[in-house]
Write a protein of this length. Structure first.
Length: 302
């Protein structure tokens, strides 16, 4: 089986906590990313420096590559890689320009020490080496770092760069679902959170923080920022996640085709490159094209 999941890494380093201001002067992206316009007119962040913003206003590619929108690939003379999808930029706080940028104590932010002994990733993430030799953070524990230096896959899977997928190792025993109560459950690796209806919802993170709006959730160790729609920890800001409904009982994976499947409770949707992707909702309407997957907001340490 193949799990349709591709993750992009983001740069980390030992600089002060700064942000990249977008051309509108009001939006910001993490340092070592690129501001790119979106179809809505707002600004998005491409998780790599000096990136190429693709014409579809959804994807982007590494520096010195070109966008092949038909195949969903970034093309260069040395080979091609899957496109990245932008994540939303955040609005610059009023009066932020007059405030000095503070250096965040490294000891307060360090979680997972990377092999270079100077970079670190958040707790629950995995250090993966980028093509530049620096380290990026994959938002999964014990992840598999792919050979292109840009992507990573969950533990127990293998990278299929040709098809922009993570190939599941199906002979690994499936871990049981997370029980919310005697009737409701969430997929393994999720956290049960109450929805505004009072029913159970599933946050796609382990030991997540359930936000008080009963809609969103954040990674462990982060706090919910309802005004900015983000998760905060020290100087790190990343988009919060939306819960999905919990499941009655337990079922098998959702089959996309003979070789590809999605977790139970999700819907198979075609990616822009023609491969299958997983939408974390049941019975989503057709015609939905997903991007490359999750993005990890850059972590910059003092």
């Amino acid at each position: 089986m193949r799990a349709a999941l591709t993750l992009w890494l983001a740069l980390i380093g030992g600089a002060a906590v700064t942000a990249l201001r977008c051309p509108d002067g009001a939006s910001e992206c993490p340092q070592n990313t690129t501001c790119c316009g979106t179809a809505s007119g707002a600004w998005g962040c491409c998780p790599m420096p000096e990136a190429v913003c693709c014409r579809d206003e959804e994807h982007c590619c590494p520096h010195s590559t070109s966008c092949d929108l038909e195949r969903g690939r970034c093309v260069s003379p040395t080979g091609d890689v899957p496109m990245a999808t932008k994540f939303p930029a955040w609005k610059r706080p009023p009066g932020a320009a007059a405030q000095p940028r503070l250096r965040v104590p490294a000891v307060a932010l360090l979680r997972v020490q990377c092999p270079d002994n100077s970079s670190a990733c958040p707790d629950g993430a995995t250090c993966c080496q980028l093509p530049s030799g620096r380290y990026g953070c994959c938002p999964l524990q014990n992840a598999v770092c792919c050979g292109d230096g840009w992507h990573c896959c969950p533990q127990g899977t293998a990278c299929d760069l040709q098809r922009s997928m993570c190939t599941s190792v199906r002979d690994v025993a499936r871990v049981g679902d997370v029980k919310c109560d005697d009737e409701m459950s969430c997929p393994d690796g999720n956290t049960c959170c109450r929805l505004s209806s009072g029913q159970w919802g599933c946050c796609p993170l382990e030991q997540a923080v359930c936000c008080p709006d009963h809609i969103h959730c954040c990674p462990q160790g982060y706090t919910c920022d309802p005004q900015g729609g983000t998760c905060l920890q020290g100087g790190v800001r990343l988009p919060w996640l939306r819960k999905t409904p919990a499941l009655w009982g337990r079922g098998g994976d959702v089959r996309c085709d003979d070789r590809t499947s999605c977790p139970d409770g999700s819907t198979c949707c075609r990616l822009s490159g023609g491969a299958w992707g997983c939408c974390p909702l049941e019975q989503v309407g057709g015609g939905v094209v997903l991007g490359s997957g999750w993005h990890w907001v850059e972590r910059v340490l003092g």
